[in-house]
Design a protein around this ligand. Structure first.
Ligand SMILES: Cc1cc2nc3c(=O)[nH]c(=O)nc-3n(C[C@H](O)[C@H](O)[C@H](O)COP(=O)(O)O)c2cc1C
Length: 379
């Protein structure tokens, strides 16, 4: 019988499905609900020391539907948590006091200020959280304060901030990467060099959902205006898989003891299996929970177990990264395909010449080749 239970960076998880930071982990009530439904862990909504600077607007979401009405893309211009940090400290403590069956991970973000990051880490740790995720990746609102993606796009800053955080805690620290960058390995490598225990990818992709053709205003429209937001849900999965593959390849080569948490468009156990096959230790779901509710973790677990049973994988580690060796360069694809076509041609030619050599009439039988000639005719 395969098992979904897994240990990542010392965290004992009943399964690899973790709530990704966002509305599904935005207060104690919903965090508790997630644990009750069987999630392996919860990454809470990103917190900072001074929530008074965080002012949300509405509407702040916009959806992209397929022709049959399914939601395939989701844009948000939501900021980090607007709830006071003191309340979060209390809720983290109450959550851990109740001994949830999975990991409680604090997602944290601050300005480029060492003392602020260290204070945030120490207070969350004192409240009992099991690990940290550093939000270096929110693409809207916070970059104006040089936070989020503005930090995540600068490897030198990333390395320094990871170093500050690691100097303040022995707990696992995952650096969450922005996809809004050309080569994700560069910030990923910097975060690991700075001491991060692992990486998480991806956060949302900077986007404009569309323009209303009646009003000519871009959406989501707030008082007639908008700002580019973050794109998530099913439509981003191919981009997330590519970036997870690139980070996993870099981790395998340069930091083989570090972990990777994959996210972006995961809605099924089969989606999760693909992220793990490309090197993820755990998988996170955010928009999927907003579309289908907390209970979606149950079918996801069943689907992942069915995949493992089919391939006779006993543990997550048995298939983590198993599809990575099948990536190569385009030039190598050409070499491989030419070699296969040449081999095929040679086989056809050999069989044609064998057919040609077969005895066509009784005058062709020879004493020396008699047995071979007999065999050839038997084919
Ligand atoms: C409404 C919304 C709010 C989000 N807020 C946060 C946040 O506070 N911190 C963070 O690290 N990521 C945040 N995210 C990003 C998600 O955690 C995730 O990285 C991204 O949406 C891709 O995964 P998904 O397709 O499963 O949602 C948010 C996403 C959405 C849709």
């Amino acid at each position: 019988m395969p098992t979904l239970s897994t240990v990542v960076d010392g965290l004992k998880l009943p399964n690899p499905f973790i709530i990704g930071s966002g509305p599904p982990g935005t207060n104690l009530s919903v965090i508790n609900r997630a644990f009750r439904e069987g999630w392996g862990g919860v990454i809470a909504k990103t917190v900072s020391l001074d929530a008074s600077k965080v002012v949300n607007v509405s509407p702040r979401y916009a959806k992209l539907h397929s022709n049959n009405g399914e939601i395939i893309g989701w844009e948000n211009i939501e900021l980090i948590s607007d709830r006071p940090f003191k309340i979060w400290e209390d809720e983290f403590k109450r959550c851990k006091d109740a001994q949830p069956p999975g990991a409680l991970i604090a997602s944290i973000m601050e300005e480029f200020n060492k003392d602020a990051w260290i204070e945030l880490v120490q207070r969350c740790e004192a409240a009992g959280v099991d690990a940290f995720e550093l939000n270096f990746s929110c693409p809207h609102g916070l970059p104006e304060r040089k936070m989020g993606a503005a930090m995540g796009q600068d490897p030198a800053i990333l390395e320094e901030v990871c170093g500050w955080v690691k100097s303040a805690t022995k707990l696992p620290v995952w650096a969450k990467m922005t996809p809004n960058i050309t080569h994700i390995e560069d910030p990923g490598r910097a975060a690991l060099r700075g001491g991060a225990t692992g990486l998480a990818a991806i956060n949302t992709i900077r986007s404009v959902m569309g323009v209303n053709l009646e009003t000519l205003r871009p959406e989501p429209t707030v008082e007639g205006y908008t700002t580019p937001g973050g794109y998530s849900s099913k439509a981003v999965k191919p981009i997330a898989l590519r970036m997870v593959m690139e980070l996993a390849t870099m981790i395998q080569k340069e930091f083989p003891d570090r972990s990777l948490s994959g996210l972006g468009g995961i809605e099924t156990g089969e989606d999760a299996a693909q992220f793990i096959l490309l090197g993820a230790d755990t998988v996170q779901v955010c928009t999927g929970v907003m579309k289908f509710g907390y209970e979606c973790v149950k079918p996801m677990q069943d689907q992942l177990l069915a995949f493992m049973e089919k391939h006779k994988f006993e543990t997550i580690a048995d298939f983590k990264g198993k599809s990575l060796p099948y990536f190569t360069t385009h030039a190598d694809l050409v070499v491989k395909q030419t070699a296969r076509k040449d081999a095929q041609k040679a086989a056809v030619a050999a069989s044609a010449s064998a057919t040609k050599k077969m005895v066509a009439n009784d005058a062709e039988w020879t004493g020396d080749d008699f047995v071979k000639q007999s065999n050839d005719l038997a084919r």
